[in-house]
Design a protein around this ligand. Sequence first.
Ligand code: PNS
Length: 160
Amino acid sequence: MATVLYPGSFDPLHLGHLDIIEQASRLFGKVVVAILHNPEKHGGVFSVDERIALIQTALESAKVKNVEIHAFPGLAVDAARVVQADFMVKGLRNSGDFEIEQQMAHTNFAVAGIPTVYLPCSPAYTSVSSRFIREIAQYGGDPSSMVPANVAHALKELFS
Ligand code: PNS
């Protein structure tokens, strides 16, 4: 059974991410959610430890099994090597994602021979983005329709 790496920033995890994790967990033997971060920069809303805890709780609530969560500094291909992933998984929302993800897939394959598999996100999540969720929460809006309940709660705590 294949081990796959699902890399991202996950700041914060949203329902589109959760959909891809659920799809991947049904298709593959093990899914490693990899929070990729630059240790010299914070810049995000949640710390890496907070992101791990939020993803863990959301996965428990959704009863998703065979998923591990790890944080890695540096390159996604190095994370894939560390966890011995057979390939990477990326979610596609639209053609804009495809343009970016195809370039990353080709680059990751060129530098490390690691293939990428794309999973289409469910139609309900084609416009969901962590960046917009952060903006909405920071300006006092309510992003709860786009994130798991525990993430909505954490955003509210942070910005209220
Ligand atoms: O959720 P995001 O922010 O869209 O995820 C982007 C991410 C983290 C997957 C991408 O930026 C990445 O792989 N960063 C790690 C650094 C790296 O491997 N760069 C080379 C990409 S070809």
